[in-house]
Design a protein around this ligand. Sequence first.
Ligand code: PGA
Length: 241
Amino acid sequence: MRKIVLAGNWKMYKTQAETRSFLQGFLPQINDTPENREIVLCAPFTDLSTLSGSMHGSRIMLGAQNVHWEDAGAFTGEISGPMLLEIGVRYVVIGHSERRQYFGETDETVNKRLKAAQKHGLTPILCVGETKQQRDNGETEAHIFSQLEKDLVEVNQQNLVIAYEPIWAIGTGETCESKEANRVIGLIRSKLSNSNVSIQYGGSVKPDNIDEIMAQPEIDGVLVGGASLEPASFGRIVNYK
Ligand code: PGA
């Protein structure tokens, strides 16, 4: 069974005070959200500990935005699987285009992080997607297939979520047409050994396009940046119709 996973990616937003205020607004909105929808917040590390201490049995799952491949060591600025597990983290975003573009993340390091996450029982959310230039040059499929091939070496597809995030659609307001996202996600699925992997769409997901996106047969959820920062808009997204 393919699981529905609706994840907010807060990136480098929200202090702990802002996180507490988000929770106050958001928790009441998910009282009637269907049980089969997994709600995940991928928050900055400091906010993860706030969330883990203040959710009191809520159904929100915690997600981190990075994990190192070693359990401990001299790796300034990194975070390890055991540190995340200790505070109740269940998911971790790996290979986001911002990490690849600004922080030197490569397919090789993405692969190491994926395997480390799984070793600790965390579910990785692997992000793949093409630039505008790659799309215009007709290289979308080849680029994504190459990412999948390198990133998924020896990765267990029984504990994996993939997010298709066209880079030109991230934070731009320019959403990928839902039928096109559905097509690419179908192609991604055709390359997997486990066809039950949940595959999300990400890139300018908003309250006003979520219903159409989730109506697509191949799309199993969303990874939401900007629109996950406000309780009302993320509430509307997880309660899509
Ligand atoms: P966006 O970001 O929803 O703000 O476009 C999505 C993402 O980067 O995961």
